[in-house]
Design a protein around this ligand. Structure first.
Ligand code: OGA
Ligand code: NI
Length: 338
C-alpha cells in the first residue's frame, strides 16, 4: 500500500521523490496541444455511413487514434464514472486496502505505476482495474464503497461495450472483412481501468505512463477535462486535447495484427499535471485468452499482401504484460512478425 502514489500525501506535494525522476533523455519535454488529431462525429452514421467508415479507417491508419463525439453514451454517465472513480481514490486507505494486490492475476486489483518492483524509475500513476463482462460474473467482486460504484460502472461498462462493438463492426466493414468478424470471441473480453494521476509538483521530470501500445483489440478512453495523454505520430509526440464528453479511441496491437498492418496501434504515454489531479476511465475490449490471433485470411488473397504476422494464442502475447507490465524499450510485435 505504501507504494501507491496517491497515499504518499504531503510528501509529494513540494518535490518529486527521487525514485520517480526520469533520466534526462526520457523526460517528456514540452508538447503543445495538437489540432490535427481526427475528431469523428458518430452522428454521421445516420447521414452517410460510408463516409463515416472511411473517416474511422483513415484515422486508424494515420494516427491509430481518434476522438469520438456524439457517441450515444450519455453525458451523465461519462461524468458519473469520472466522479465515482475519483471518489474511489479519495477513500481512506483502510477501504482501498482490500483491493491492493501485488498478484497480477488478481481480478480486481489496485496497484501503482507499471511494474513497481522491477522498474528502475516509477511512474506517477495508480490504477484500479477489473473485468466487466459478463457483468454478473464480476460485479460482486467490485467495490461497494463508493455506494454508487457498482450501479454506475455496471451501466457504463454495458454502454461502452455496445459502442465498442459498433465501432468494431464499422472497422470490419471498412476493412472489407466478412460481416461479424470481430463479433465472436475476439471481442468477448472487457475490462475497465481507473487511472489516477495525482497532482505533480514538476511534470517535466516524470511520466504518468511510459510510451506503450495497448495489447488488446480496442481502447475507449474517457479522459475527463485534464490534459495529459500524448500520442506518437511520425516520431513526434502530440498532445490529445480533452474534448468534453468525447472518447479517445485507440487501435490496439491485436487489431493491427488482424488487419495485417493496415490499421496502426497508437503508441501513447501520459504526463501528469501541476494544476490538477487527473482521473481517467479506460475501457479495453479484448479477445479471450485462448483466441487465435492472425491476419484475417480475406486480407491475404493476393500475393501482394503476404501475412506480416504469425498465428498465435492471445495469451502468448499478453503473458509478459501480465507478469512484467509494459516493457517500454522493446517492440512487443517483433516476436510475432513473419
Ligand atoms: C492506459 C492508458 C491513458 C490515460 O491505461 O493504457 O494509456 O490517459 N491510459 O489514462
Ligand atoms: Ni494505454
Amino acid at each position: 500500500m505504501d507504494k501507491l502514489i496517491s497515499n504518499k500525501g504531503s510528501t509529494i506535494q513540494s518535490a518529486v521523490p527521487e525514485s520517480y525522476i526520469l533520466p534526462p533523455e526520457r523526460r517528456p519535454g514540452v508538447v503543445p496541444p495538437c489540432k490535427t488529431i481526427p475528431v469523428i462525429d458518430l452522428q454521421g452514421l445516420d447521414q452517410d455511413p460510408a463516409d463515416l467508415i472511411q473517416q474511422i479507417i483513415k484515422a486508424s491508419q494515420e494516427y491509430g487514434l481518434f476522438q469520438l463525439t456524439n457517441h450515444g453514451v450519455s453525458e451523465e454517465l461519462m461524468q458519473d464514472v469520472l466522479v465515482v472513480g475519483k471518489e474511489f481514490f479519495d477513500l481512506p486507505m483502510k477501504e482501498k486496502e482490500r483491493f491492493y494486490s501485488e498478484d497480477p492475476y488478481q481480478n480486481c486489483r489496485l496497484k501503482s505505476s507499471v511494474n513497481y518492483d522491477k522498474e528502475k524509475v516509477h511512474f506517477w500513476r495508480d490504477s484500479f482495474r477489473h473485468p466487466c463482462h459478463p457483468l454478473e460474473d464480476y460485479i460482486h467482486e467490485w467495490p461497494q464503497n463508493p455506494a454508487r460504484y457498482r450501479e454506475v460502472f455496471g451501466s457504463y461498462s454495458i454502454e461502452v461495450r455496445k459502442l465498442g462493438l459498433l465501432l468494431l463492426d464499422l472497422i470490419c466493414e471498412g476493412l472489407g472483412l466478412e460481416y461479424g468478424y470481430f463479433g465472436g470471441e475476439l471481442s468477448q473480453g472487457l475490462s475497465i481501468s481507473i487511472n489516477h494521476y495525482p497532482l505533480c509538483p514538476d511534470p517535466s521530470l516524470v511520466l504518468g505512463l511510459p510510451k506503450h501500445g495497448d495489447p488488446y483489440l480496442l481502447t475507449l478512453l474517457n479522459q475527463g477535462h485534464v490534459a495529459g495523454l500524448q500520442v506518437l505520430k511520425d516520431e513526434q509526440w502530440l498532445a490529445v486535447e480533452p474534448l468534453p464528453n468525447a472518447f479517445v479511441v485507440n487501435i490496439n496491437y491485436m487489431l493491427q495484427i488482424i488487419s495485417n498492418g493496415k490499421l496502426k496501434s497508437a503508441d501513447h504515454r501520459v504526463v501528469p499535471s501541476s494544476d490538477a489531479a487527473r482521473t481517467t476511465v479506460v475501457t479495453f475490449i479484448s479477445p479471450y485468452k485462448d483466441s487465435l490471433i492472425e491476419p484475417a485470411k480475406s486480407l491475404l488473397v493476393n500475393k501482394s499482401s503476404p501475412p506480416l504476422y504469425k498465428s498465435f494464442r492471445f495469451i502468448d502475447f499478453l503473458r509478459p504484460y501480465v507478469t512484467e507490465g509494459t516493457d517500454v524499450e522493446k517492440d512487443p510485435l517483433e516476436r510475432f512478425m513473419v
